[in-house]
Design a protein around this ligand. Sequence first.
Ligand code: BMP
Length: 252
Amino acid sequence: EEKTRSSYEQKLQNTQHSVSKKLLETALAKQSNLIASADVTTTQELLELAEKVGPHVIALKTHIDIISDFDYEKTITPLKALAEKHQFLLMEDRKFADIGNTQELQFTSGVFKITDWADFVTSQVIGGFESLDCFKNVGVVAIIGMSSKGTLTTSSYREEALKVALSHPNVIGAVSQNAIPEEILLFTPGVNLADSGDGKGQQYNTPEHVFKTLHTDFIIVGRGIYKSDNPEQASITYKNEGWKAYLNSLEK
Ligand code: BMP
């Protein structure tokens, strides 16, 4: 049967970056392409969610600056231990969007010290190629297109942003609602099985849709999991739906 996309095994063979390799190896080992977005606001909620969904996800995506009681020792140290215990990566969704020098300070300094714990981070590419040079020890996922209604990530913007992403050695992937070249990994948020939007501009698709039409690699699910009555069960449902959709997308 004719293949319409590369498998995770094929992508693993073709990638050089250690973080891409780890993500793909974890996906294959867990039979999961799910990243849970932990958009909770206390350390306790963050750690409880990580404990419940950890076995079923390949990565936990944080917005570390929304944790109201953030404390490096109380928040990050146990989070890193859970990541080790359940074998998932830490993705900090910082969406850097400044000049290189400022991004470097935001990445290494302040209370969050993202460089010390994140396996990979998101960044806009609006600051240009050199603005991404500072992310040496992590993988960068470039924001190419956004899921929200009225986003300014038009096709001409995406085309230019992709040129930066594809040419930069620190970039392992892209966040987008459109298909991208296969050299880098595609991460797609805006995934929910129950809702089509949130009344605040967010627009949702199903796992089936994003694997079939975008050939995405990884789905990112926030409220579909952490707002569910049973986040662990919800993570298993999204994991199974995502894996089934991935397998279907391999067939013509
Ligand atoms: P939810 O599934 O609850 O809508 O959460 C989506 C998550 O993905 C949020 O953390 C948001 O910041 C992020 N995200 C998004 O929704 N759309 C984008 O285009 C880029 C994102 O990082």
